[in-house]
Design a protein around this ligand. Sequence first.
Ligand code: FES
Length: 261
Amino acid sequence: MKETDAIIERISAINSTHQHLELAVDESLKSIKVGQFLMVRVGDRWDPFLRSVWYPVDIMRDGKLVIERPLTETYDVGQTVSAIGPAGDHFKFRKGIRHVLLIAYDCPPTPLIMVMPWLIRNNIAVTLVLIGSAVNYEIHHLPPEVEVIEGDDDLNWPNQVVTVGESDQVFVCAAPDDERYRFSRILTKFRERRNQLPKNYLFGVFQGFACGLGMCDVCAVRSLEGLKLACMKGPAFDLATLHLEVTPAPVAPDEGGDDAA
Ligand code: FES
């Protein structure tokens, strides 16, 4: 992992909320693997905590990375950014898998997009479930082979028993403001739906990084093996091996009713 300059060579809107940047990168970044990411600083100000997490969604034949960013951010063709990477570890797939389930929960599925063509090329069926605000993500640029399903806020979706039962592995990304709470809800739902969760089956893909370089502990997660930094050992962790702190539900106000006898 090292710091290099990258140049934005092309910009195109891919739907009403997101744009793709074609990024010419240093040789060291052309071998970035599915699941790895860049920590990027835009502008001249030096600050280790002012970098953004950029997940590639594709690698072009000439080695350029395609990066997906919100349309609310403004970039220029020819602009240079500082990129540190490849950061994190790549996704790990079990041998012989036939169906992978991807879930975006209250966030765009950006960290999960790069894996789609790879899975399709390897004859592995892909289902993407969009939950909560993720349903606002427009999907027409995704590979047509990907089955897309919309879920509700209670984490239900049509034919859930079938899709969960058929999936050999699951990767979930969630809004970074409270990833652990959302991952814990997903874990509970899958425990309801399957008698037992196999090892290396249900992965949470973390995005809530500050430095992204193992310097600040913001991304520390408690696992059965002790504390792990998601930006270094992740971003994907087997959720069944984590201690996920659950945000307590708000307490209802006391309305003065009688105590039960
Ligand atoms: S984000 Fe700073 S240590 Fe992981």
